[in-house]
Design a protein around this ligand. Sequence first.
Ligand SMILES: CC(=O)SCCNC(=O)CCNC(=O)[C@H](O)C(C)(C)COP(=O)(O)OP(=O)(O)OC[C@H]1O[C@@H](n2cnc3c(N)ncnc32)[C@H](O)[C@@H]1OP(=O)(O)O
Ligand SMILES: CC(=O)C(=O)O
Length: 536
Amino acid sequence: MTTPRALDGVTVEIYDTTLRDGAQQEGMNLTVADKLIIAPLLDELGVGVIEGGWPGAIPKDTEFFGLVDKEIEFEHATFAAFGSTRKPGARAHDDVQVRALLDSAADVVTLVAKSDIRHVERALRTTGEENLAMIADTVAYLVGEGRRVIVDAEHFFDGYRFDPAYALSALETAFAAGASDVVLCDTNGGMLPDWVHEIVSAVRLRSDGALGIHAHNDSGCAVANSIAAVLAGARQVQGCINGYGERTGNADLLTIVANLELKLGATCLPEGRLAEATRIAHAVSEVTNIPPYGRQPYIGASAFAHKAGLHASAIRVDPDLYQHIDPTLVGNDMRMLVSEMAGRASVELKGRELGIDLTGRPEVLGRVVDRVKNAEAAGYTYDAADASFALMLREELDGQRPTYFRVQSWRASVAYSEKVGGDGESEATVKVHAGGQRFVRTGEGNGPVNALDHALRLGLCEVYPEIEAFDLVDFRVRLLDTSHGTDAVTRVLIQTTDGERVWSTVGVGPNILEASYEALVDALVFGLMQAGIEPR
Ligand SMILES: CC(=O)SCCNC(=O)CCNC(=O)[C@H](O)C(C)(C)COP(=O)(O)OP(=O)(O)OC[C@H]1O[C@@H](n2cnc3c(N)ncnc32)[C@H](O)[C@@H]1OP(=O)(O)O
Ligand SMILES: CC(=O)C(=O)O
C-alpha cells in the first residue's frame, strides 16, 4: 500500500515566464529567434502557459508575438502576453499599452497590478481607490475582448504584511472584474515558507478565486515558498527554467514541478514529460548561452554524481540507499566519480559505467584505488577526467591500454617577434613512431601547447586520419601549491570532442608544457580507443 501524499489528485497549472521574467536576468538578452527556439521546447515539456514577453513595451516582444502564431504549432501551451494595468486617470480602452496586449492576439493576458498600498502611493503616485479602478477597468476591458486575464498581484506578500485589507481589496477587485486567477507575487523575494503558507491560507479563507504563486529567490526560498503556497491552496505556479530571472532569479520551475509531482503527488505536466526535464533545461541553456549549473537540483550534471567511497559501497547494493529519487524520472543519470575519496566499490561501479566488468577482480580494484589515491596526492584529479581514469584502468587490466604510437621526443618553443600573420609565433617538433614509420613533424601555434598539439596531429593523422575529427574544446590550467609554495606543480585539464562525444583528460607536470603533453596524449589515445580503432 502506498502512503497518500498531500497533493494526490490535485492539478497545478504550470506557467512559464522564462521568456519574460527570466529574460530580466542580468546578462541575458534573448533575440526573437532565441525565443522562437525556446517556446517550442517549453511546449514539448508540457507547460500550461508560456508568457512570451511584454508586447508594446519591448519591440522584440511585439515582433515575437507577431511571428509565434504563424511559425509554431503548439501542442499543449497557451500563450500569455504580459503588461500592466492602465495609467492612472485614463481609460483602459484608450491606453496604447493595453491595446498592444490585445493586438498581440495572445489568448491570455497577464496584468501586473499593484497590491501594496505603499507602492500605489509612492511608485504609482495615485490613491488606493484609483489603483483599484485601474485594475477593475483594465481587467473588465480585456475580459470583454475575450481574453483570459490573469492578474499578477505585485508585492502581494509585503503588501499584505503591511496592510492586509488593502492587499485583499486589490485581489477581490480583480476577481470581481473577471480575472481567472490572481497570482500572489513575492516580487522582492524576501519571504520565508511559513509566512507564505500563512498568508496564502488566510487569503483562501477570504476568497474562492483561483490563486497562483510567483516567487523570487532573494531569500534562497523561491522553490520552498512556491511549494508552501501550493500546499496552502495555490493552483498555478509561475517560474522560469533554470531559475533564470532578475537579481537572484525566479523560482526554478523544474525543481518545483519535480517536487510537486514526485514527492507530493500533484499533476503538473502531461504524463511522461517530466522525464524530458534534463534534456529540455540543457537545451534552453544552449540558447541562452548560460552554462548549465551542475549542482542544480534534479537536472544538474552533479545531481546524482557520487564521490564518496562509502556511498559507492552502499550504492553497489542498492542505488536508492544514496539517492532521493530514481534519476531517470527526470531524465538524468547516476554517475560514479573516482577520486582520492574512492574505495574499491567506486572503482567497480565506475568500471561498469565504462563498460568494464571488474567483478571478481579484487586485486585490480585494490591496485587502481592505490594508484588513484597516490596520483591525486601528486596533483591529478580524476573526477574531472574520466578518460584518463579509463586509460589507467585499462593499464591495470593486464596492459589493455592500446599503444597507437610512441613519442620518441618532443620540444616546443616560443619565439618573440613582430606578428606578421600566419598560425602564430610558437613552434613544436615531435619525433613519433606510428604505423611502422617514424615521423618528424613541426607544428606552429598561437602558443607552445597549441603548437605541440598541431605537431602531434601532423605526424599521427597520416596513420590515424580519424584524429582529424578531434577538437580541443576546453583547456584549463591550475597551479597547485602542493608544499606551501616551494614546489608548485601544474595541472592541465583538457576536454576533447569528436563532434558527438566529449571526453576529459588530465596531465600534471613541473610546467604547463609537460602537463599539457600528458593530457594531449591521453586525449588522442582515448579518442581512438573509444572509436574502436585498432593500433596500426
Ligand atoms: C515586477 C516586474 O518585474 S513587472 C515587469 C517589469 N518589466 C519591465 O519593466 C520591462 C519592460 N519595461 C519597459 O519597457 C518600460 O519600463 C515601460 C515601457 C513599461 C514603461 O516605460 P516608461 O513609459 O518610459 O515609464 P517608466 O519605466 O519610467 O515608468 C513606469 C511607469 O509605469 C507606471 N506603472 C508601474 N506599475 C504599474 C502598474 N501596475 N499599472 C500601471 N502603471 C504602472 C509607473 O508609475 C510609471 O509611470 P509614469 O511614467 O507615470 O511615472
Ligand atoms: C509580476 C512579477 O514579475 C513580480 O511581481 O515579480
